[in-house]
Write a protein that binds this ligand. Structure first.
Ligand code: ZN
Length: 138
């Protein structure tokens, strides 16, 4: 049974979204296809397509937000790896049974029309893992 489809995107924590947009636009040769604020996470995000995967830049909108805290501890850089799954709740239940430490036991609304949930880096060798599932179209 297939659990994880692919790396959906890499999340990169940045201080200044406009500066980072310019850098990644130069690097990748494409403009971001989407910019979106996610209030629940206190972030503004922008997305670049790279073949089948994406790069997500994340900047904090609040000095107490998770991205601001991450940058103050570790500096700018790779923040998470996101895996695409078909059924996020099924995967969360499976991973919890396998002993992984879930940050979110239930999926929540994320950027880019996704349901998302995070797995604690303590149980994944120091890497924050995001699971994401395309929101079903009604
Ligand atoms: Zn992400």
């Amino acid at each position: 049974m297939k659990h994880i489809n692919k790396i959906e995107h890499l999340g990169i924590a940045v201080n200044d979204i406009e500066k980072a947009n310019k850098i990644y636009e130069q690097l990748l040769g494409v403009a971001p296809y989407k910019q979106e604020a996610v209030e629940s996470e206190a972030v503004v995000t922008s997305f670049f397509k790279v073949g089948d995967s994406k790069i997500e830049l994340l900047a904090s909108t609040n000095p107490e937000g998770p991205i601001a805290k991450f940058i103050s501890k570790k500096g700018e850089g790779i923040h998470h790896i996101a895996f695409d799954v078909d059924d996020i709740q099924l995967e969360l239940d499976r991973l919890e049974k396998e002993g992984f430490q879930l940050i979110n036991k239930q999926p929540k609304a994320g950027a880019d029309n996704k349901l998302i949930a995070f797995i604690h880096p303590k149980s994944t060798n120091g890497v924050l893992i995001e699971l994401c599932q395309e929101k079903p179209v009604n």
